[in-house]
Write a protein that binds this ligand. Structure first.
Ligand code: GLC
Ligand code: GLC
Length: 655
């Protein structure tokens, strides 16, 4: 052991020893059982040294470091003492089975409480809906109290301690979480920890001149510091406001606001902020949350002269939160929301940091493949970017509440002769429907006229051609659009990781152009793909009804449901093990899924033409001569060429 390590361990042990009386005091006031207390102490023993080392790296030079570390420990002990028994039970189970989220049985969905079910208690009546669709993981978009007016879809939080009154109460949340647990559905909520709303209590105290709370944010008297920072910062919402700082009239000062002007970035260089957010994190977790989606992880640490994105300290912070979760809420997982360069995305993913992560690169490249009808950039990327560390998983999605950004790596593109800059322009033109022959009906998001940057908004169905097909009332085009959607689902559900549906996709919901009528939404085109659930669609599942569009919806719903059920029946789809197959056809994506001696071959045709692949390729990848497509229940022999219909996807099992 190095002496430096030895030195820090010594400091950690001595600190813990000094803090014993404080810990004792928590146990005394909370009156928890000896057994429960013992569990905490065992976990503390395991994680204290690494936790201390992380916090020491960030905060040792602060004059009040010891005070804050004491508060951190007390906060963790209280969280465990207050943790409801049902959750502690789940904790024990998950400590025994840390890979539970890698199962093929897992399938996710994301939704807005108000847009999907009006409020939390109404949502309780819809648990059957999720079960019917086959979901075992639900992400509710932010549901905490928010500022009046524009609240960035719930991401401008006024307090983490109460639910937006329009949606219900914390008790409603607890009840719903319990119902979901009962139904075998894990609940995911956001941990919006990069910023608070400008009307959060801390921000209000700061505004009233309280120095302790001004230190919770990045506040500057004039433009000197902001200008120095801005030399190396990217603009995230350039159409909202230029730059990254907002002038506050009341305080007569500048505030760091990476996103909207009313979202104030928290100053994690101050350990008081870490401690305060830890308390909020435990509070949220203890309402019955299985997974926290760590929002905007890339931005949580700032350093002059850098992009202030993905800094090493951001990782240390998350690792510290993670250690504390292991100690006080051990069943809790973290999901990373890093919509950044693929090299950076993967750095957040490990057992010690975020166990699961959005896979924005796969998402963007699946759309890229649909536009080009070629899978060369996708395979070039997957080749060296799909593997993850043990006990982690990708969350694979096709659309979410946010825009699509073309976050592939320029070198990956150049390696196969694609000019990244031109290609992004092409993709933007294609998905806004400008490119001749495009089937997509997306709209621009955050177009930056200076840099030419743009991202894309639009629902899955509208981007995949269904909106155009319905408008043109073209049955052939409708069929093709549906095949494109099922192709994407077929990949997302089989490639390895947790598949995540953005609810509404199961009905092929189209863009909602009416968002412009609401002044609080009109300036943000992401609302185009946040339509309200239409419960009357369910009537169309009735066998006797079959209107034109109704039958489309029924087909999309039933096929999606069937694919989810099929995934759950195939043990080869557990875990993350995926090997690409060289299909020798630019339009066909191929891979083998392997798990526990089980094997499934997936072949997917990304073009609207029939495509062929040599049967021999299937024989060598699948180690057999006869295969059954689990989706259409058809048998294939490797002695012949395999023919894939336009946009067909095959899930092939050896017979
Ligand atoms: C996240 C959310 C996005 C929000 C932003 C600011 O990236 O997904 O919707 O605008 O954070 O909170
Ligand atoms: C954040 C936002 C997302 C945006 C991205 C910018 O992750 O949620 O909307 O595209 O930052 O790179």
């Amino acid at each position: 052991m190095s002496t430096a390590q030895d030195e820090i361990d010594f400091k950690a042990d001595l600190t813990l020893q000094r803090l014993q009386p404080q810990l004792e005091a928590v146990w005394q006031t909370s009156q928890i059982s000896d057994g429960k207390r013992h569990e905490f102490e065992l976990r503390l023993k395991e994680h204290w040294r690494p936790l201390f080392a992380l916090l020491f790296r960030l905060y040792h030079s602060r004059y009040d470091f010891f005070y804050h570390i004491e508060q951190v420990l007390i906060t963790a002990a209280k969280a465990w003492a207050e943790r409801p028994e049902a959750l502690c039970k789940l904790d024990r189970h998950r400590i025994n089975e840390p890979n539970w989220f890698q199962s093929e049985k897992i399938s996710g969905g994301a939704l807005y409480v108000d847009l999907f079910g009006d409020n939390l208690s109404k949502l309780r009546e819809n648990v059957g809906y999720f079960k019917d669709l086959g979901l075992t993981y639900l992400h509710f978009m932010p549901l905490f109290a928010v500022r009046p007016g524009n609240n960035d879809g719930g991401y401008a939080i006024s307090t983490y301690r109460s639910v937006d009154p329009r949606l219900g109460t914390i008790d409603d949340l607890r009840l719903l979480a319990a119902d979901l647990r009962e139904a075998g559905i894990s609940l995911v909520l956001d941990f919006v920890f990069n910023h608070t709303s400008d009307d959060h209590e801390w921000a209000q105290l700061a505004q009233s001149g309280n120095r302790e709370y001004q230190d919770f944010y990045y506040i500057y008297p004039d433009r000197t510091e902001p200008e120095k920072y801005e030399r190396t910062l990217r603009e995230i919402f350039p159409t909202v406001r230029r730059g990254n700082f907002t002038w506050h009239d009341g305080m007569q000062q500048w505030v760091w606001t990476t996103f909207n002007s009313f979202q104030w970035d928290l100053n994690y260089a101050n350990p008081a902020v870490f401690r305060a957010m830890l308390d909020e994190m435990f509070f949220i977790a203890n309402t019955g949350i299985d997974i926290l989606r760590l929002d905007a992880v890339a931005f949580i640490w700032k350093q002059m002269g850098t992009s202030c994105e993905n800094l090493p300290e951001a990782h240390i912070l998350i690792q510290a939160f993670n250690r504390l979760a292991r100690i006080a809420t051990p069943g809790l997982l973290f999901k990373s929301e890093a919509i950044v360069h693929p090299d950076d995305v993967v750095k957040y993913i490990s057992e010690e940091e975020c166990q699961i992560s959005y896979n924005p690169t796969l998402m963007a490249l699946l759309w890229e493949s649909l536009a080009t009808r070629k899978v060369n950039l996708l395979t070039q990327t997957l080749k060296h970017r799909y593997k993850l560390p043990p006990n982690t998983a990708w969350v694979n999605y096709l659309r979410c509440h946010d825009d699509i950004g073309w976050t592939f790596d320029n070198a990956d593109a150049e390696a196969i002769g694609i000019n990244a800059y031109n290609h992004r322009n092409f993709l933007n033109e294609f998905y806004t429907g400008q490119f001749p022959g495009s089937f997509a009906r997306g709209v621009p998001f955050q177009e930056n006229f200076e840099t030419g940057d743009m991202r894309i908004s639009g629902t899955m169905a509208s981007l995949a051609g269904l909106e155009q097909a319905i408008e043109e009332d073209d049955d052939e085009k409708k069929k093709i659009a549906i095949s494109r959607m099922l192709l994407l689902h077929g990949v997302s559900l089989s490639i390895g990781g947790i598949p995540l549906l953005y609810l509404g996709e199961e009905w092929g919901m189209l863009n909602d152009y009416d968002f412009v009528k609401d002044p609080a939404k009109a300036g943000d085109s992401r609302w185009i793909h946040r339509p309200k659930m239409q419960w009357e669609y369910l009537d169309e599942l009735d066998d006797h009804i079959g209107t034109e569009n109704g039958s489309i919806r029924k087909k999309i719903y039933r096929s999606t449901q069937k694919l989810i059920a099929l995934r759950k029946s195939l043990p080869a789809l557990a875990g993350q093990d995926m090997e690409l197959i060289a299909t020798a056809n630019d339009h066909i994506l191929g891979y083998v899924r392997l798990h526990d001696g089980n094997r499934l071959i997936v072949l997917a045709n990304f073009s609207e033409e029939t495509q062929e692949i040599d049967g021999n390729k299937l024989r060598t990848a699948g180690l057999g001569r006869f295969f059954q497509d689990m989706i259409e229940d058809k048998t294939y022999a490797t002695s012949e060429k395999l023919v894939l219909a336009p946009y067909q996807i095959l899930w092939l099992n050896r017979v």
